[in-house]
Design a protein around this ligand. Sequence first.
Ligand code: PMP
Length: 438
Amino acid sequence: MSAATSTDWIERARRVLPGGVSSPVRSFRGVGEPPLLAAHGDGAHVVDLDGRRYVDFLMSFGPLLGGHAHPRIVDAVARALPDGSCFGLTSPGEVRLGEAIVRAMPWCERVRFVNSGTEAVMTAIRLARAATKRTLLLRFEGCYHGHSDAVLVRGGSGLRALPDASSAGVPAGRVADTRIVPLDDLAAVAAVVAREGRDLAAILVEPIPANAGLLLQRDGFLRELRRLADSCGALLLFDEVISGFRVAPGGAAAKFGVTPDLVTLGKVIGGGLPVGAVAGPARILELLAPLGPVYQAGTLSGNPLAMAAGLASVELACDPAFRAQLTACAAGIAAAIAPVCAEAPFPLTPVWCESLFWLWTGDGPPPRRAGAIDAAATRRYQRLHERLRARGVLLAPAADEVAFVSTAHDAAVARAAAAALAAALDDLRDDPTLRAAS
Ligand code: PMP
């Protein structure tokens, strides 16, 4: 009997997993392609179940700063596993990772570990409401904060594939206490503060919005949010699930010099294992049970394997030589693809922030607000995605998802990616439907 192919596995997956996936974007519906099923990854490459090898810019949506199967992370998990996979007791790994996070983010004094970014944000919102004894939450259209009820309206990431970017099954009452404003619209924030500031518990933001494209904000945006939050006594929550330990060891807060009241972390702090965290000053974090009245718990929280991988990942992220390498790899990819994008037969603008990038395929300059990815931009991204995949390069399977560079994306990978991009664009040169609106 011949070995099972991707097609066999896709069929089998669809019979047991809704949509054949455990998370919707993985269906590749966003690009109208069959999903890519992973067999294994090494460094900057992922290999599918048919043995095809791709330069991977999806990079698991962000946890893998050192690429797939980084030896430090493999070794850390391998060493931890024989001692037991979970205890329901505190173990040193949580203390070590907590200490490493506090060292990198000195404004944080306490860290509560959870199992995902979703849980981290859910807990941060609850904490903010308890700390302020207020209920209103202000957030931004197109930012994604996981899939708890309170944040499932007009959100980013996979939610954008749904009508109005909002989920069914969320009772209106769960979001009645949420105000949603556009990004790049400080006047709208100020208006909510003026009208309802007395009831505002928190302003929640991705400080580098990366779930509806990479929507780089103007200078001073975060500083102004800080000022507006302070003006009414609301807390400022930075959701750094993507940016934390990626854009700098201290995250976007350190990069932009604006300190929030709470930060949510995920992705890099787990090194590819399921970890999230909420961190901040003791006076807020110690409202959590068992010290305070805010309940939060988890059978697998602080899991020793996840903590071991997370500590290895955070140590890498904080190592100056590793960071220099990450910066160099991002610069190498940027330099390699820029001239190719400039010659593209349709609008194609790479937007960069450190080791994150987004290929903006719309007409005009890159947007600062969600909603600019129109039908033309989506179609260009889809066609480009399909051609790149055929030529051995994997981008995230939706026009609004960003791309990630790791320290494994070296000069050889940059050359290969740029060559594949040039060839993919050549394949599309004769398609008049992709051209810019004149
Ligand atoms: N916040 C942000 C900014 C994210 O990008 C994500 C996931 N991409 C989440 C929260 C949710 O994290 P998780 O998928 O681990 O629940």
